[in-house]
Every structure is written in C-alpha cells, then in structure tokens.
Write a protein that binds this ligand. Structure first.
Ligand code: ADP
Ligand code: MG
Length: 342
C-alpha cells in the first residue's frame, strides 16, 4: 500500500466553534440564557431582554454591568476565553454562572453579532460586529456603561438547524422559561422583557416572595409556604405552594443550587414524597427552592448548559429537603384536602 502521509489537522477555529455551538446553542432560548447569565455575572442591576420573532431574528440583552474594554470585547468572542476562571482549581469554587468561556464564541459562529460595550471609567465605548464567526468590524462608539449584545438571524448560516426550530409559540415559551429561571434566582435585579415591541414582563427588584407574586400573579401570595432549613450539607430557602395550588401537570417547579437553576428528578421526588397523602395522584406541587451547597461538593460541569449537576452527598440533601418541606407543611396545619375535582 502507498502511504499518503500524515492526514490529521487541527480544525480551524470557526469550524471548532460551529461544532461546539451544537451543544451550547440549541434554540433562541439558549441565547437568552447565556446572554442574561453574562449580564448577571457582570454585576448588572438592570437587565433588558428584547426579542423579535420568537428569537429567530433578534435576541438582545442590555445590561448596566461592568462593561468591557476594547480588547476584552474582542477577546470575549474567542473560544475558551473567560475572565471567570484561571486554573483548574477554580472550577471547584465557581461563584459565577459562566466559566467555560465558550458561549459567545459558539453563538457568534451561528449568528450575526452586534455588540456594544463601555466601562464606567472610559469616555467612549466600542462596537463590534461579527458574522457567522467572521470578525467584521470594531469601532469606537457612544454608549452607556454596560453591555448590549444583539444576536441576529440565529442559524442563518446553518439551514439544517434553522429548519429544526419549532413554532414561534414553542420557541417563545422556552425563552420565557429561561427568562423566568434567571429572574427568580436574582430578585434584587430589575428585569424587563419585550417581545415584538410589546411588554412581556417588567420586574422590579424586591424579595423572593414579591418576585414570585409579580411573575405568577397575586393569588399566589396566600399559597406560599416558607421553607427554611440549614444543616451541615445544605442550606434551604424558598417556598412551596400549598396543596390546593397544585396542578395536574408540571408548571412552577424550580430548584436552584447556588443560584443556578437545575433539573433534578431525584430532588423533585423529595418534594412529592413530602406532600404524600396531601395530594391526589398526578397533582404536582409548585415550589421555588434555593439550595446552598459548598461548591466543592457539587459538580456542575457535566453538560455545557449546566442544568444538570452531581452532588457528592445526594441522599442527605434529599432527606433534608423532604423533612424541611414536611415540617413546614405541618407547621401550617396543612391537612389532606378532599376538595379536589378528580
Ligand atoms: P463565560 O461566561 O463562560 O466566561 P462567555 O463566552 O459567555 O464565557 O463570555 C466570555 C467573557 O466575556 C466573560 O468571561 C466576560 O469576561 C465577558 N462578558 C461576556 N458578556 C459580558 C457582559 N454582558 N458584561 C461584561 N462582560 C461580559
Ligand atoms: Mg457566559
């Protein structure tokens, strides 16, 4: 056989970024999550989300956070470029939402970016444009302190992904869900969300109860049972809904670990177990629960979107959670109710 020589090459950055984008950017809602998390990490107290056509043509996030220098704004769109960690050690003490340094590079690979940013101590900001991973332009620009990132025409250069998107109604529901997860986890930030120029949510900073009520309506107020528990492994805070506010399908079920929304069927079961005998079959209680756990005892680095997490001591957390909820329901004298229209 004739040898053809060496054939392995490193992929060019734009190809690697487009492949990575497959994991990070699934749909317009992924942009909402990544951009809003960056705004939170930048210390913003005001965050605006502006969406057009269910995110197909525009997802824009404007924040009044730290802003970026000229060089940082350019760097932000490079792969594995982050200001949030420096060493592998840091991965086990993460205090920020981001740390992988791949969101903006991935997003830029599959959309058109118009980014504007200014630091407080600088007179002028600067504006950067990127198309499908290709740098276009960076120029000085008048701007307020903070950052605005517009992501236009998602998947314009990846027709297969674009065609894979669902109806506007479905995409918008995903966007709204990402928005709410972040808004619930950061009740001291003012949020606004506009879709096609109409207001979807205007949320004023306040406490968690106020935030929940602002989002899910006034009736919710009387339904919230506070949960507070602290042990060596976990600190739990938040609310569960009284049994009569439970619904037949999943709705308002929110777990946050160290202020990051997570999905966990196992912890969900701790709650439904605590409601045992209080709810007819198939009814799911609502809950808004915040767990604080030593960051070195969890691993959030399982998946790029970080909604799954590994706990070192899962069973203890389950047990504390179940007993905290049981205890709170008992304190409120909540008894099995027979009034359900089954
Ligand atoms: P990560 O959040 O994992 O660090 P990203 O790709 O999301 O990676 O962002 C890269 C870097 O760009 C961040 O580490 C941060 O320094 C900077 N950055 C991104 N968005 C903002 C923002 N809204 N305000 C200030 N800095 C930002
Ligand atoms: Mg990020």
């Amino acid at each position: 056989m004739v040898s053809t020589g060496d054939i392995i090459q490193l992929l060019p950055d734009h190809v690697a970024n487009q492949i990575a984008a497959g994991e990070v950017v699934q749909r317009p809602a992924s942009l909402v999550k990544e951009l809003m998390e960056n705004a939170v990490d930048a210390g913003a107290t005001e965050i605006d989300l502006i969406v057009k056509d269910a995110g197909r043509t525009l997802v824009q996030v404007i924040d009044n956070g730290s802003g970026m220098s000229v060089t940082d704004l350019r760097m932000a769109f490079e792969r594995h470029a982050t200001s949030k960690i420096r060493t592998t050690e840091d991965i086990f003490h993460i205090e920020t939402k981001g740390f992988r340094g791949e969101a903006l590079a991935s997003i830029a690979a599959v959309a058109q970016i118009d980014a504007l940013s200014k630091k407080d101590d600088e007179e002028l900001g600067n504006r950067l444009t990127i198309d499908g991973g290709t740098f276009r332009d960076q120029i000085p620009a008048i701007a307020k302190t903070g950052t605005s990132i517009s992501v236009k025409n998602l998947f314009y250069n990846v027709p297969a992904r674009r065609n894979f998107l669902k109806s506007n109604q479905v995409e918008l529901r995903h966007i709204q869900e990402e928005f709410l997860r972040i808004a619930l986890a950061h009740e001291s930030i003012n949020f606004r969300f506009f879709h096609n120029d109409s207001e979807v949510y205007i949320l004023k900073s306040g406490n968690l109860r106020q935030r929940i009520v602002q989002i899910f309506n006034r009736k919710m107020d009387a339904q919230l049972v506070p949960i507070a528990e602290e042990t060596e492994v976990v600190k739990i805070n938040g609310f569960v809904g009284k049994p009569e506010s439970a619904k037949k399908q999943r709705g308002e079920q929110y777990f946050f670990v160290n202020h990051r929304f997570i999905k966990s069927n196992y912890l969900h079961k701790a709650i439904t177990d605590a409601f045992e005998n209080l709810l007819p079959n198939q009814y799911v209680p609502s809950y808004f629960l915040f767990l604080e756990i030593d960051p070195s005892k969890i691993d959030i680095n399982i998946h790029p979107t970080k909604t799954e997490i590994k706990f070192e001591d899962e069973y203890s957390i389950y047990a504390v959670l179940r007993s905290a909820v049981k205890h709170a329901l008992g304190q409120f004298n909540i008894m099995p109710s027979l009034d359900f229209d089954q």
